[in-house]
Write a protein that binds this ligand. Sequence first.
Ligand code: 0O2
Length: 211
Amino acid sequence: MVEDWQHFLLPYQQAVNELKVKLRGMRKQYQDQAQHSPIEFVTGRVKPVDSIKEKMVRRHVAEDRLEQDMQDIAGVRIMCQFVEDIYEVVDLLRERSDINILEERDYISNVKPSGYRSYHIVVEYPVQLITGEKKILAEIQIRTLAMNFWATIEHSLNYKYQGAFPSDLSARLKSAAEAAFKLDNEMSEIREEIQEAQNLFSYSKNSDWSQ
Ligand code: 0O2
């Protein structure tokens, strides 16, 4: 029985904070070398207690199995400019010694019926507490800016309709997901041209809105 949720969630918040710092640090290193960063920006959140409780019921997760069976209490999202960047980020994560990848779910090759696309990685990440080391499960979602735009809109509509979309809205959302993916593919076609233009900016002289 979780009696003190704030206490239970503290190491999850620490994991999210640390991962955000590390991933933003990767972007800084690319900028430092005046190279295109596959990471555009990073966000993170700890799942709200109500969402945890709702998912426990929906997925039949017992409270004493939460730490092992709920993989997305700590969540980090990495946004990329291009689909190719997503796979570069995945390779970078696979190389890291501070995270242990447990599972990968490619919802880009295997698009969800809703139209949702993203690459999900479930990792085990050690946080250092005053009581010692604790391994935390975290879900890292990697997506393009276009995928993120679609998912953000769909998520808010989902909240309103509780997943039961009217069929015309559901069809519109699917078609919007395909339009977003077409935009990603169009951008990939001119990726080299775009990156060349971006390299003409001196990163040190231009403001960085991603921090
Ligand atoms: P939030 O607010 O983002 O935390 P489940 O959580 O049961 O749905 P599972 O198998 O545990 O599914 O994990 P999955 O499907 O790999 O990832 C779930 C998370 O991915 C969701 O978290 C969303 O962030 C995102 N996601 C998955 N499918 C969709 C979708 O169709 N539309 C949108 N907008 N996002 C999706 P939460 O808990 O829903 O919410």
